[in-house]
Design a protein. Structure first.
Length: 299
Protein backbone atom coordinates (compact mmCIF):
# COMPACT_ATOMS: atom_id res chain seq x y z
CA UNK A 1 0.00 0.00 0.00
CA UNK A 2 1.21 3.50 -0.81
CA UNK A 3 0.48 7.02 0.40
CA UNK A 4 0.39 9.53 -2.45
CA UNK A 5 0.60 13.28 -1.85
CA UNK A 6 0.11 15.90 -4.55
CA UNK A 7 0.90 19.51 -3.68
CA UNK A 8 0.10 22.44 -5.99
CA UNK A 9 1.78 25.67 -4.96
CA UNK A 10 0.54 28.83 -6.70
CA UNK A 11 2.96 31.61 -7.53
CA UNK A 12 2.39 35.24 -8.48
CA UNK A 13 -1.26 35.52 -7.53
CA UNK A 14 -2.27 39.16 -7.90
CA UNK A 15 -4.66 41.25 -5.79
CA UNK A 16 -7.03 41.55 -8.72
CA UNK A 17 -8.70 38.15 -8.35
CA UNK A 18 -12.36 37.83 -9.26
CA UNK A 19 -12.51 34.09 -9.87
CA UNK A 20 -10.21 31.11 -9.30
CA UNK A 21 -11.15 27.67 -10.64
CA UNK A 22 -9.17 24.43 -10.33
CA UNK A 23 -9.66 21.01 -11.90
CA UNK A 24 -7.70 18.00 -10.58
CA UNK A 25 -7.83 14.38 -11.77
CA UNK A 26 -9.08 11.99 -9.10
CA UNK A 27 -7.40 8.55 -8.96
CA UNK A 28 -9.38 5.72 -10.50
CA UNK A 29 -11.13 3.07 -8.43
CA UNK A 30 -11.35 -0.17 -10.37
CA UNK A 31 -10.61 -3.89 -10.22
CA UNK A 32 -6.86 -3.26 -10.09
CA UNK A 33 -6.72 -0.22 -7.83
CA UNK A 34 -8.48 0.81 -4.62
CA UNK A 35 -8.28 4.35 -3.23
CA UNK A 36 -8.83 5.03 0.48
CA UNK A 37 -8.52 7.89 2.99
CA UNK A 38 -8.69 10.66 0.41
CA UNK A 39 -8.12 14.10 1.94
CA UNK A 40 -7.97 17.46 0.18
CA UNK A 41 -6.47 20.34 2.18
CA UNK A 42 -6.92 24.04 1.50
CA UNK A 43 -9.43 26.86 2.02
CA UNK A 44 -11.52 26.12 -1.07
CA UNK A 45 -14.63 23.97 -1.05
CA UNK A 46 -14.51 21.10 -3.47
CA UNK A 47 -16.99 19.05 -5.44
CA UNK A 48 -16.73 16.16 -7.87
CA UNK A 49 -17.48 16.21 -11.58
CA UNK A 50 -17.71 13.20 -13.89
CA UNK A 51 -16.86 13.49 -17.56
CA UNK A 52 -19.69 11.91 -19.51
CA UNK A 53 -17.55 10.27 -22.16
CA UNK A 54 -15.24 8.13 -20.02
CA UNK A 55 -16.54 8.34 -16.48
CA UNK A 56 -13.41 9.97 -15.04
CA UNK A 57 -13.95 11.62 -11.67
CA UNK A 58 -12.59 15.16 -11.47
CA UNK A 59 -12.10 17.34 -8.41
CA UNK A 60 -13.44 20.86 -8.95
CA UNK A 61 -12.61 23.85 -6.73
CA UNK A 62 -13.82 27.40 -7.18
CA UNK A 63 -13.38 30.69 -5.31
CA UNK A 64 -15.34 33.79 -6.30
CA UNK A 65 -14.46 35.62 -3.11
CA UNK A 66 -11.32 37.75 -3.56
CA UNK A 67 -9.87 37.08 -0.10
CA UNK A 68 -10.62 33.36 -0.24
CA UNK A 69 -8.91 33.09 -3.62
CA UNK A 70 -5.82 34.88 -2.31
CA UNK A 71 -5.72 32.60 0.72
CA UNK A 72 -5.56 29.60 -1.61
CA UNK A 73 -1.79 29.70 -1.98
CA UNK A 74 -1.68 25.91 -2.23
CA UNK A 75 -3.85 22.83 -2.57
CA UNK A 76 -2.74 19.47 -1.16
CA UNK A 77 -4.36 16.11 -1.73
CA UNK A 78 -3.47 12.85 0.00
CA UNK A 79 -4.75 9.33 -0.47
CA UNK A 80 -3.81 5.72 0.15
CA UNK A 81 -3.69 3.33 -2.76
CA UNK A 82 -3.63 -0.44 -3.04
CA UNK A 83 -2.67 -1.88 -6.41
CA UNK A 84 -2.43 -5.29 -7.97
CA UNK A 85 -1.10 -6.59 -11.23
CA UNK A 86 -3.47 -5.97 -14.13
CA UNK A 87 -4.15 -8.70 -16.65
CA UNK A 88 -6.88 -9.79 -19.08
CA UNK A 89 -10.29 -9.27 -17.54
CA UNK A 90 -13.61 -10.47 -18.97
CA UNK A 91 -16.52 -8.39 -17.68
CA UNK A 92 -19.98 -9.57 -18.67
CA UNK A 93 -21.50 -6.14 -17.88
CA UNK A 94 -20.18 -4.40 -20.99
CA UNK A 95 -21.38 -0.85 -21.65
CA UNK A 96 -21.61 -0.88 -25.44
CA UNK A 97 -22.16 2.88 -25.63
CA UNK A 98 -18.83 3.44 -23.89
CA UNK A 99 -17.26 0.61 -25.89
CA UNK A 100 -18.21 2.29 -29.17
CA UNK A 101 -16.20 5.34 -28.12
CA UNK A 102 -13.07 3.19 -28.05
CA UNK A 103 -13.49 2.47 -31.77
CA UNK A 104 -13.62 6.14 -32.81
CA UNK A 105 -10.82 8.52 -33.66
CA UNK A 106 -9.41 11.12 -31.30
CA UNK A 107 -8.04 14.43 -32.51
CA UNK A 108 -4.47 13.09 -32.73
CA UNK A 109 -5.36 9.40 -32.98
CA UNK A 110 -6.86 8.72 -36.45
CA UNK A 111 -8.40 5.37 -37.36
CA UNK A 112 -8.75 5.56 -41.14
CA UNK A 113 -6.75 6.31 -44.26
CA UNK A 114 -3.13 5.28 -44.03
CA UNK A 115 -3.55 3.90 -40.49
CA UNK A 116 -6.14 1.43 -41.67
CA UNK A 117 -4.00 0.39 -44.64
CA UNK A 118 -0.92 -0.10 -42.46
CA UNK A 119 -2.86 -2.13 -39.89
CA UNK A 120 -4.30 -4.41 -42.55
CA UNK A 121 -0.94 -4.85 -44.27
CA UNK A 122 0.78 -5.75 -41.01
CA UNK A 123 -1.85 -8.29 -40.00
CA UNK A 124 -2.91 -9.78 -43.36
CA UNK A 125 -1.55 -13.24 -42.50
CA UNK A 126 -3.16 -13.42 -39.05
CA UNK A 127 -6.58 -14.86 -38.32
CA UNK A 128 -7.43 -14.07 -34.70
CA UNK A 129 -7.75 -10.68 -33.09
CA UNK A 130 -5.13 -11.58 -30.50
CA UNK A 131 -2.61 -12.51 -33.18
CA UNK A 132 -3.28 -9.28 -35.07
CA UNK A 133 -2.79 -7.10 -32.02
CA UNK A 134 0.41 -8.96 -31.11
CA UNK A 135 1.81 -8.20 -34.58
CA UNK A 136 1.10 -4.50 -34.07
CA UNK A 137 2.64 -4.61 -30.58
CA UNK A 138 5.83 -6.24 -31.92
CA UNK A 139 5.95 -3.87 -34.90
CA UNK A 140 5.97 -0.82 -32.64
CA UNK A 141 8.70 -2.21 -30.39
CA UNK A 142 10.84 -3.10 -33.41
CA UNK A 143 10.17 0.17 -35.27
CA UNK A 144 10.12 2.95 -32.66
CA UNK A 145 12.95 4.30 -30.53
CA UNK A 146 12.20 5.49 -27.01
CA UNK A 147 13.25 9.15 -26.98
CA UNK A 148 12.50 12.44 -25.23
CA UNK A 149 14.87 14.49 -27.37
CA UNK A 150 12.33 16.67 -29.21
CA UNK A 151 9.29 18.07 -27.35
CA UNK A 152 7.69 18.98 -30.68
CA UNK A 153 7.48 15.25 -31.47
CA UNK A 154 7.87 13.28 -28.25
CA UNK A 155 5.09 13.30 -25.67
CA UNK A 156 2.39 14.78 -27.89
CA UNK A 157 0.63 11.52 -28.68
CA UNK A 158 0.16 12.28 -32.37
CA UNK A 159 -0.03 8.97 -34.25
CA UNK A 160 1.06 10.31 -37.64
CA UNK A 161 3.92 12.30 -36.12
CA UNK A 162 5.15 9.22 -34.25
CA UNK A 163 4.94 7.07 -37.37
CA UNK A 164 6.83 9.68 -39.41
CA UNK A 165 9.71 10.18 -36.97
CA UNK A 166 9.78 6.63 -35.52
CA UNK A 167 10.36 7.79 -31.94
CA UNK A 168 8.65 9.04 -28.82
CA UNK A 169 7.69 8.20 -25.26
CA UNK A 170 4.79 6.24 -23.75
CA UNK A 171 2.17 8.71 -25.03
CA UNK A 172 3.39 8.31 -28.59
CA UNK A 173 3.76 4.52 -28.54
CA UNK A 174 0.27 3.98 -27.20
CA UNK A 175 -1.40 6.58 -29.44
CA UNK A 176 -0.06 4.85 -32.54
CA UNK A 177 -1.00 1.47 -31.08
CA UNK A 178 -4.58 2.62 -30.49
CA UNK A 179 -4.83 4.07 -34.02
CA UNK A 180 -3.76 0.78 -35.59
CA UNK A 181 -5.84 -1.48 -33.35
CA UNK A 182 -9.00 0.61 -33.70
CA UNK A 183 -8.46 0.64 -37.47
CA UNK A 184 -9.01 -3.13 -37.36
CA UNK A 185 -12.33 -2.70 -35.57
CA UNK A 186 -10.90 -3.69 -32.17
CA UNK A 187 -11.75 -1.34 -29.25
CA UNK A 188 -8.72 0.16 -27.50
CA UNK A 189 -8.34 2.73 -24.75
CA UNK A 190 -5.69 5.01 -23.28
CA UNK A 191 -4.96 5.14 -19.53
CA UNK A 192 -2.59 7.54 -17.76
CA UNK A 193 -1.08 7.94 -14.31
CA UNK A 194 2.37 7.61 -12.76
CA UNK A 195 4.89 4.82 -12.31
CA UNK A 196 5.96 3.99 -8.76
CA UNK A 197 9.69 3.15 -8.86
CA UNK A 198 10.18 -0.51 -8.03
CA UNK A 199 12.33 -1.25 -5.00
CA UNK A 200 12.43 2.38 -3.83
CA UNK A 201 10.02 2.74 -0.88
CA UNK A 202 9.54 6.52 -1.11
CA UNK A 203 10.38 9.46 -3.30
CA UNK A 204 9.10 11.94 -5.84
CA UNK A 205 7.15 11.16 -9.00
CA UNK A 206 8.68 13.28 -11.74
CA UNK A 207 6.63 12.45 -14.81
CA UNK A 208 3.47 10.75 -15.99
CA UNK A 209 3.25 7.30 -17.52
CA UNK A 210 0.56 5.84 -19.76
CA UNK A 211 -0.42 2.47 -21.18
CA UNK A 212 -3.24 0.96 -23.27
CA UNK A 213 -5.84 -1.80 -23.25
CA UNK A 214 -7.65 -3.52 -26.10
CA UNK A 215 -10.87 -5.53 -26.01
CA UNK A 216 -11.66 -8.97 -27.41
CA UNK A 217 -15.09 -10.52 -26.82
CA UNK A 218 -13.76 -13.86 -25.61
CA UNK A 219 -10.96 -12.45 -23.44
CA UNK A 220 -12.07 -9.01 -22.24
CA UNK A 221 -9.78 -6.03 -21.74
CA UNK A 222 -6.13 -6.94 -22.28
CA UNK A 223 -3.45 -4.47 -21.05
CA UNK A 224 -0.22 -3.59 -22.85
CA UNK A 225 2.70 -1.35 -21.95
CA UNK A 226 4.68 -1.05 -25.16
CA UNK A 227 7.17 1.64 -24.16
CA UNK A 228 8.16 -0.31 -21.05
CA UNK A 229 8.53 -3.46 -23.15
CA UNK A 230 10.82 -1.54 -25.51
CA UNK A 231 12.95 -0.29 -22.63
CA UNK A 232 13.03 -3.74 -20.98
CA UNK A 233 13.32 -6.38 -23.76
CA UNK A 234 13.38 -9.22 -21.23
CA UNK A 235 9.77 -8.31 -20.32
CA UNK A 236 8.47 -8.08 -23.88
CA UNK A 237 6.10 -11.03 -23.51
CA UNK A 238 5.03 -9.98 -20.02
CA UNK A 239 3.84 -6.51 -21.05
CA UNK A 240 1.57 -8.02 -23.70
CA UNK A 241 -1.31 -9.00 -21.44
CA UNK A 242 0.01 -7.77 -18.09
CA UNK A 243 0.72 -4.50 -16.32
CA UNK A 244 2.68 -4.54 -13.09
CA UNK A 245 1.31 -3.10 -9.87
CA UNK A 246 3.98 -0.38 -9.63
CA UNK A 247 1.85 2.46 -10.93
CA UNK A 248 -1.15 4.60 -10.07
CA UNK A 249 -3.97 5.16 -12.57
CA UNK A 250 -5.76 8.53 -12.74
CA UNK A 251 -7.73 8.98 -15.97
CA UNK A 252 -8.86 7.19 -19.11
CA UNK A 253 -9.22 8.55 -22.61
CA UNK A 254 -8.12 11.41 -24.84
CA UNK A 255 -9.74 14.75 -25.70
CA UNK A 256 -11.03 15.06 -22.14
CA UNK A 257 -13.75 17.66 -21.60
CA UNK A 258 -13.74 19.47 -18.26
CA UNK A 259 -17.11 20.89 -17.27
CA UNK A 260 -17.05 24.72 -16.95
CA UNK A 261 -13.52 24.99 -18.39
CA UNK A 262 -13.00 27.37 -21.29
CA UNK A 263 -10.04 25.50 -22.77
CA UNK A 264 -11.25 21.90 -23.05
CA UNK A 265 -11.06 19.35 -24.58
CA UNK A 266 -7.61 18.35 -23.33
CA UNK A 267 -5.29 16.00 -25.21
CA UNK A 268 -5.02 13.99 -21.97
CA UNK A 269 -5.61 14.92 -18.34
CA UNK A 270 -3.08 14.14 -15.64
CA UNK A 271 -1.90 17.48 -14.24
CA UNK A 272 -4.03 20.22 -12.62
CA UNK A 273 -5.74 22.75 -14.87
CA UNK A 274 -6.35 26.22 -13.41
CA UNK A 275 -8.20 29.30 -14.62
CA UNK A 276 -7.66 32.70 -12.97
CA UNK A 277 -10.12 35.44 -13.92
CA UNK A 278 -11.24 33.38 -16.91
CA UNK A 279 -7.77 32.65 -18.30
CA UNK A 280 -5.47 29.68 -17.92
CA UNK A 281 -3.02 30.08 -15.04
CA UNK A 282 0.29 28.23 -15.32
CA UNK A 283 2.50 29.84 -12.67
CA UNK A 284 2.61 27.01 -10.15
CA UNK A 285 4.82 24.25 -8.78
CA UNK A 286 3.53 20.68 -8.66
CA UNK A 287 5.13 18.09 -6.39
CA UNK A 288 3.88 14.50 -6.23
CA UNK A 289 5.43 12.15 -3.70
CA UNK A 290 4.81 8.56 -2.66
CA UNK A 291 5.64 6.39 0.32
CA UNK A 292 5.13 2.68 0.79
CA UNK A 293 3.49 1.87 4.12
CA UNK A 294 2.82 -1.40 5.90
CA UNK A 295 3.32 -4.85 4.45
CA UNK A 296 0.23 -4.87 2.22
CA UNK A 297 1.33 -3.53 -1.14
CA UNK A 298 -1.37 -5.07 -3.32
CA UNK A 299 -5.13 -5.46 -3.22
Amino acid sequence: MFIIEEKIQFKGLTNNITNLRIWLPYPANDDWQVVNDFVLSGPLKNSFLVDKEYGNRIIYLEAKDKQLAQDASSVILNFKIKRRESKAYLNSAVNYKVMSRFLKADRLVPVNGYMKKLAKDLTKDKASGLEKVRVIYDYLIDTLDYSKDNPEICGIGDSYLTLKHKKGICTDYHSLFISLVRSLGIPAKFEIGFRLPEGIPEGRLNGYHCWAKFYLKDKGWIPVDISEADKHPERRDYFFGHIDENRVHFTTGRDIRLKYAKASPFNFFIYPYIELNGRQFKDMDIEITYKEVGDEKNI
